[in-house]
Design a binder for this molecule. Structure first.
Ligand code: ADP
Length: 704
């Protein structure tokens, strides 16, 4: 009776689609489907296993007669990996098993034994929705040969009808779960971020965790910076009072493993979990189930979040997802709060430094209006704080617009802009200042900081030195010239008596020294003001060196020192102001003599590359500390310390200006306790002709 069959089939399909169309909840859809199948096809029990897109079982419904049967995920996995359902999943084909005892595909269980229910018959069909495998539907009858091809046909029809409904219900359930997690996290984010005060942040994180997971107790721990132990900082809920302050040694317990694995855990039953240890226990709380998630920020785990004992007895399947989300949220917020704390401390520190600075400091906006002034600024300017607030920076001092930019635009880019200027005081007076301007963040706004260093003393000292130099020039040089020529004349007039000559020699030597010093001071003045060296001649470097040795030799002999001349090449003539370079060499040699111990040895030598002649002066004195090696070429610099011979500190400054004035370089190489070598380069002359060196009223000259 094919017509009857068709009719019955049609009725069945209509009833199945009606049953499942009304429901969206996955469980309800599955149950209705199974009842409809058992009713229309037959069999005592049946099951539907729902699979996700990767073929993993996500849910199932098992029915024995009219009763729903509890199942575990493990059981589901077994069903679809092995057994009849497994075969159907793999082959995506329906299977009819008239006698389970004779079919290889049947996974034999305890109740399949002959003395129990024994051989059965079964039908299993895949649920395929638009080419996607969404599950398997199985029916079992307690006796063999209860099912035939016709039943299989029916099951196929049901499966076709049901699979789309199952897929829809699955997707709906998934979407709902995602929505639940999202809304828990969104709520968490909104609530947690409302404050950045640290204890507040902790409290909010805990509240959100408690609400989202519906647990009795929650706790938060961060990794300590010094020993990497885990320290519980906050907790909330049932008996949470004992938790804060607890310290878990690095890596211990469940919490330790969460940090190590960077992955959360949900332990539904702590008593059965081997990883759970004493350190995870909290006094006063009987821990039954716990979920622990890492608190992380920028890929780094900084602590853990714990949710203890769900009120319903068991954690939702989403618990891990929600906890992980809350953990990252907490990480970001805690880090922001930590940054804020640091920033606030930095602000406070800046305030302190600002007020306590020995230098006057003003803060202005980008228009130049004064926003803040420290104590020193008030003291130096003579204005009150209120008066300063009504002034602009260019009323207070002469801004170097070239350096700062007409709208301070140079300060936007460069680090610091420094220049010398004068500060206008309230009483009309001025103070010379060194200005350091730079962009700063002050009280959370983009501002400019102006430091005014009072340089009155330095300016006075500079003026004094200039006066001194002028005085030396006018009041010493001319009388000295007279003395030198008088000694020269006396030399010719007095009898050639040995003691008289010795006396005259000493007088000539000493006046020579004074004259050299005076001339060097004058040269410094000229060279510093940018004057060029005018009187350059071609001279033999060896001859110049010999003349310098002649002048300093008496001093070396007095200290039993040996001056060794090391000239072993043929050198080009050098193009120099003869007297000036003569004094340079004397300066270096005299320093060497001064710093070399008695009986020591001093060397002077030269090398050449034909463009330059490089002269060096070496001693085995105490050496010069690396920090002083650049400084010693500055004017009036002497390295202080006991046992240091005195001096004016102009010698090397003169040498540097003189050598650089010739287009050469001067530098020092020295190691403590290993002696010192000064190097200088002088340009080779184009001429090949030179003359004889001679002295004239104390100066060295070249006779061409
Ligand atoms: P001064 O008139 O003090 O000698 P200089 O300018 O010639 O002035 O030298 C500056 C400083 O450099 C000296 O005070 C000394 O400390 C250091 N100095 C110069 N030459 C030597 C050297 N050969 N060995 C050690 N220290 C030296």
């Amino acid at each position: 009776m094919p017509e009857d069959r068709n009719r019955a089939l049609l009725e069945l399909l209509i009833s199945v689609s009606r049953e499942v169309a009304a429901a969206l909840d996955l469980r309800t859809v599955l149950q209705r489907l199974l009842y409809a199948a058992i009713q229309n096809v037959g069999g005592e029990r049946g099951s539907i296993v729902v699979l996700d897109d990767l073929g993993r079982p996500v849910d199932a419904t098992i029915v024995y007669g009219k009763r729903l049967h509890e199942h575990t995920t493990q059981q589901l996995r077994e069903t679809v990996e092995r057994g009849l359902a497994g075969w159907v999943v793999q082959h995506r084909k329906p299977a009819l098993v008239p006698d389970t005892s004779k079919d290889e595909r049947w996974l034999r269980r305890a109740d399949d034994a002959a003395e129990k229910s024994g051989a059965k018959s079964a039908i299993c069909v895949p649920l395929l929705a638009r080419e996607r495998l969404v599950g398997v539907l199985t029916l079992v009858h307690s006796v063999p040969n209860a099912f035939n091809e016709e039943h299989l046909e029916l099951m196929r029809a049901i499966a076709d009808q049901a699979s789309v409904a199952v897929l829809n219900a699955r997707l709906y359930t998934e979407a709902q779960r995602t929505a639940r997690v999202m809304s828990a996290l969104a709520e968490g984010a909104a609530a947690i971020n409302t404050s950045l005060e640290m204890p507040d942040v902790w409290r909010r994180i805990l509240n959100q965790t408690m609400q989202a997971l519906q647990v009795e107790t929650v706790a938060l721990a961060l990794i300590d910076g010094t020993d990497s132990n885990l320290i519980f900082l906050a907790a909330a809920g049932h008996n949470s009072g004992n938790i804060p302050g607890r310290n878990i040694p690095k890596g211990d317990g469940l919490a330790g493993s969460v940090i190590r694995d960077r992955h959360g855990v949900v332990v539904p039953n702590v008593r059965q979990d081997k990883r759970y240890s004493d350190v995870d226990r909290f006094g006063g709380i009987e821990m039954r189930a716990v979920a622990i998630a890492p608190i992380q920020t920028q890929g780094k785990v900084i602590g853990v979040l714990e949710a203890i004992n769900p009120i319903s007895g068991a954690f939702d399947p989403d618990a891990m997802l929600v906890m992980t989300g809350l953990g990252s949220l907490a990480g970001t917020t805690i880090q922001n709060a930590q940054f804020l704390e640091k920033l606030q401390k930095a602000h406070e520190r800046y305030r302190e430094l600002f007020e306590d600075s020995v230098d006057p400091i003003l803060i202005t906006d980008w228009e130049g209006s004064v926003l803040e002034a420290n104590r020193q600024a008030v003291a130096l300017s003579g204005y009150t704080t209120e008066q300063l607030h009504s002034l602009s920076i260019d009323q207070l001092h002469e801004v170097n617009w070239n350096k700062a930019g007409l709208e301070f635009e140079e300060l936007k880019e460069s680090d610091t802009c420094s220049y010398e200027s004068v500060l206008h005081k309230s009483n009309g007076g001025t103070v010379p200042v060194e200005v350091h301007a730079r962009r700063v963040e002050f009280e959370e706004s983009d501002s400019l900081q102006w430091i005014f260093r009072d340089i009155t003393e330095r300016k006075e000292l500079d003026a004094l030195r200039d006066d001194m130099t002028a005085m030396i020039y006018h009041d010493l040089r001319s009388p000295l010239g007279n003395i030198v020529s008088s000694i020269d004349m006396l030399n010719g007039m007095l009898p050639n008596d040995e003691s008289v000559q010795t006396m005259l020699g000493i007088a000539a030597n000493s006046t020579g020294r004074i004259q050299r010093l005076v001339n060097s001071l004058l040269d410094i003045n000229r060279l510093e003001s940018g004057q060029k060296i005018a009187d350059q001649k071609a001279v033999e470097p060896g001859a110049l060196i010999s003349e310098a040795i002649r002048d300093v030799e008496p001093g070396a002999i007095g200290r039993h020192q040996k001056i060794v001349k090391r000239l072993n090449e043929k050198y080009p003539l050098i193009w120099v102001d003869v007297d000036m370079i003569h004094r340079v060499l004397i300066n270096l040699l005299e320093n060497a003599i001064k710093f070399t111990p008695t009986d020591g040895r001093i060397e002077i030598g030269a090398q050449t590359n034909d463009e330059f002649v490089k002269i060096w002066v070496r001693d085995d004195g105490p050496g010069i500390h690396p920090a002083d090696q650049v400084r010693i070429f500055d004017k009036f610099t002497r390295v202080r310390g006991k046992d240091k011979p005195g001096g004016l500190g102009v010698g090397l400054a003169f040498c540097k200006l003189a050598v650089q004035g010739h287009g050469g370089k001067i530098w020092v190489e020295s190691e403590m306790n290993k002696g010192t070598t000064f190097w200088l380069t002088l340009p080779a002359a184009r001429k090949k002709q030179t003359g004889k060196l001679k002295r004239h009223t104390g100066k060295l000259e070249l006779e061409e």
